[in-house]
Write a new protein. Structure first.
Length: 221
């Protein structure tokens, strides 16, 4: 070895560890960036407790390394909708590339399905068909998506969540019925119609007046 090289290595005992760390950083896969490009709801918000809800979300993957997505990483998706049915469609340059279905509160996508050279456009279309919980109130997280590294840890800054407002509490159909009237309705009886003719008090008054007139003004003999 050249004498100059020996001196440099002797004066820099930390040079080798630094070089190793730099090599590991260069080799380790970089996290991709997920961007929500579109989301649609059927029916439209607000969500109705106990009602059926369909969500379609479209994501674009922006590569941050030598590939569109790290093969050793994965994507985890979760929803608060119940009885959820998932359909995950991976798109490559605008065409369908891979498709998978599952059910439950969570779904996963293997990184190998998303890993291509950076001259390709990769995206994900997530469709969830489920029910809004009957006790849901205020705002409900309908879809959250995050990137997991090789160890299953969430990659910082990769979490994206979609929430929607919830309408007032729904009344179960079984409780909707015609209730009997507790208070009986008021019955009104029409008054009898008065018979035509003179009233009794008026006839008596007229008779008394006639008698008085005869006494005051006797008839001529």
């Amino acid at each position: 070895m050249h004498p100059v090289d020996v001196n440099i290595m002797a004066r820099s005992p930390l040079l080798i560890p630094v070089l190793v760390v730099l090599c590991l950083l260069l080799i380790s896969p970089a996290a991709a960036t997920l961007v929500l490009s579109n989301v649609a709801f059927t029916p439209d918000a607000p969500l109705v407790p106990g009602g059926q809800q369909k969500v379609v979300a479209t994501y674009a993957i922006i590569p941050s390394g030598s590939t569109t997505f790290a093969r050793g990483h994965s994507i985890q998706m979760q929803t608060n909708l119940t009885r959820a049915q998932w359909t995950v469609q991976v798109t490559l340059d605008g065409r369908d590339a891979a498709r998978q279905t599952t059910s439950g509160s969570a779904a996963f996508v293997n990184g190998e399905l998303l890993s291509y050279s950076t001259d390709h456009d990769v995206g994900i279309v997530v469709t969830i068909d489920g029910a809004v919980p009957a006790d849901a109130s205020r705002s409900l997280p309908v879809l959250s998506i995050e990137e997991l590294d090789n160890g299953g840890n969430v990659v910082p800054g990769s979490v994206l969540a979609v929430s929607q407002p919830v309408a007032g509490s729904a009344t179960p159909a079984a409780t909707i019925s015609a209730m009997p009237t507790l208070t009986p309705p008021l019955v009104t009886t029409p008054l009898p119609t008065k018979s035509p003719g003179f009233a009794v008090p008026f006839a008596i008054t007229a008779l008394v007046a006639a008698v008085l007139v005869q006494r005051v003004f006797p008839r001529e003999q």
